[in-house]
Design a binder for this molecule. Structure first.
Ligand code: ADP
Ligand code: MG
Ligand code: ZN
Length: 481
């Protein structure tokens, strides 16, 4: 725990921007594809030429509604687009079309995964609104360039209440939001590509008090890890100032990932006056109830529901459920491997260890890193039927990941089938006992530990393929004499 946290409490609110999964921009037909050549996806509308008019992208509105439903928000039947005016080279119109006083979604919450033995915590939302992205300034040695490909790309801004109490909790919130956005196909939420971005508001207050302290805002955070580090740094910095008798200045900070510290960017006193006013070129946005119902009917099972179902139906711990559910494709894989398996918990463990390891070590997406889920299911059924040992299954799985061959074929090819034939095992046990008269005498004389020695010898003699349960039972009888 950072110094001072027994005396002070951190109060954190996040503003997350997520790029909506539309093919075209918010007010024009330009493509939103990532990686196009600079200024390849532009037109007079998103370049802010005079005399052009915006046309709202219906798909973007539906995705914003989807975000609202996924976050349990109230969908506003009427909302208004506003102009947020400021001057910057990446903003050719001189204003950004956003929503201010009447956003498309109000309220709602994001549920964090429960810690083992605790109830899940909810982080309340203030609002979710639609807005367009700005372009990008690129500064090079011989001058500055502007790329307008992102200009006009549709975003939702998701604003939380200041309900977050630590860097860890901020990380958990972002991961939960990331999963929600991806499950519901709202955004691909890739922080590294800028399709999910986050501004962090931090203040501290003496424990036990209610009044909010003065906050600072940190921008330029493009990974979950930076968000957590920046919060830790900022909380300590504020506590040190207060403990020294100072006052927190309300200012905007930038995170410096190299020096791992926040630096003041501008003071609120010099902050922009955005001169918000209703966008005259767009009518109020009306969302009829039947549109909300239509979107609702297409919502998939969301991460929080899936976590709860895994805990309830498969007796997984909240932690295990959280690991499996974090990425939808991993959870889908787990479920597709289940048919015909009795031990769901073992299957969950397999996915959490072997499958996630295959993804990590190959650095490939799940579909390329691991066998088809049905083949993994078939391998695990062989373990349940005691046709192969757990260790043999691991060997087979590693081979299947590389070769792409099926479970049955791999087990046969590698000769991994487990021998359960009692007669064959009994013969080996007899030989092992006959070959070790000294150990036999010691065992019978009371050195119980030698039991393991005999099991090891018998297993070795059978090339590791004997059913350990059968070996154990037979040896127990035979050694007892
Ligand atoms: P601003 O007007 O500075 O943008 P807002 O009221 O719009 O501030 O809040 C922006 C974000 O800051 C929200 O996520 C909110 O929860 C959070 N926030 C507001 N006040 C505080 C505070 N005192 N400490 C921490 N976070 C705060
Ligand atoms: Mg704000
Ligand atoms: Zn355009």
């Amino acid at each position: 725990m950072a110094i001072g946290l027994e005396k002070y409490e951190a109060v954190i609110g996040l503003e997350v921007h997520a790029q909506l999964l539309t093919r075209s921009k918010l007010f024009c037909g330009c493509s939103t594809a990532f990686g196009a050549p600079p200024n390849g996806n532009v037109c007079p509308v998103c370049m802010g030429m005079p005399g052009v008019l915006p046309v709202l992208n219906r798909q973007a509105v539906e995705l914003a509604v989807r975000a609202g439903i996924a976050a349990h928000s109230e969908i506003a039947p009427h909302s208004i687009f506003d102009r947020k005016s400021y001057f910057y080279p990446d903003l050719p119109k001189g204003y950004q079309i956003s929503q201010y006083e009447t956003p498309v979604c109000k309220g709602g919450y994001v549920e964090l995964p429960a810690k083992d033995g605790e109830e899940p915590k909810r982080i309340r939302l203030v609002r979710i609104h639609l807005e367009e992205d700005a372009g990008k300034n690129i500064h090079e040695a011989d001058g500055s360039l502007v790329d307008f490909n992102r200009s006009g790309v549709p975003l939702v801004e998701i604003v939380s209440e200041p309900d977050i109490r630590s860097a860890d909790e901020a990380g958990a919130y972002l991961r939960a939001l990331h999963a929600i956005l991806r499950y519901a196909d709202i955004s691909d939420a890739r922080m590294e590509e800028g399709s999910m971005r986050c501004d962090v508001n931090v203040s501290v207050r003496p424990r036990g008090t209610e009044k909010l302290g003065v906050k600072s805002e940190i921008k330029n955070l493009n990974s979950f890890r930076f968000v957590e580090k920046a919060i830790e740094f900022e909380v300590s910095r504020q506590i040190e100032i207060l403990e020294a008798g100072g006052k927190i200045a309300q200012e905007t900070h930038l995170w410096d990932p190299v020096r791992e510290e926040t630096r003041p960017m501008r003071s609120k006193e010099f902050a922009h006056d955005y001169r918000y006013f209703p966008e005259p070129d767009l009518p109020p946005l009306r969302i009829p109830p039947d549109l909300v119902e239509a979107v609702k009917s297409t919502m998939p099972e969301m991460p929080a529901e899936r976590r709860a179902r895994y805990v309830r139906d498969y007796t997984l711990s909240p932690y295990e459920a959280d690991v499996l559910v974090a990425e939808r494709e991993v959870a889908d894989y787990f479920e597709a491997a289940l048919p015909g398996l009795k031990n769901r918990k073992a299957a969950a463990n397999w996915v959490m260890t072997e499958v996630l390891r295959a993804i990590r070590e190959s650095a490939k997406p799940l579909a390329e890193a691991a066998p088809k889920p049905a083949e993994t299911g078939s391998l695990l059924r062989m373990v349940e039927a005691q046709k192969i040992s757990l260790n043999a299954a691991k060997t087979a799985f590693a081979a299947m990941c590389k070769s792409g061959k099926g479970a049955e074929a791999t087990v046969a090819e590698l000769g991994l089938a487990q021998v359960s034939d009692e007669a064959a095992i009994a013969e080996v046990c007899d030989k092992v006992i006959a070959a070790h008269p000294k150990e036999l005498a010691e065992y019978r004389g009371g050195r119980d530990k030698l039991f393991g020695f005999f099991v090891g010898q018998a297993m070795k003699a059978m090339g590791g393929k004997a059913n350990p349960k059968v070996i154990n039972e037979l040896l127990k009888k035979k050694l007892a004499g």
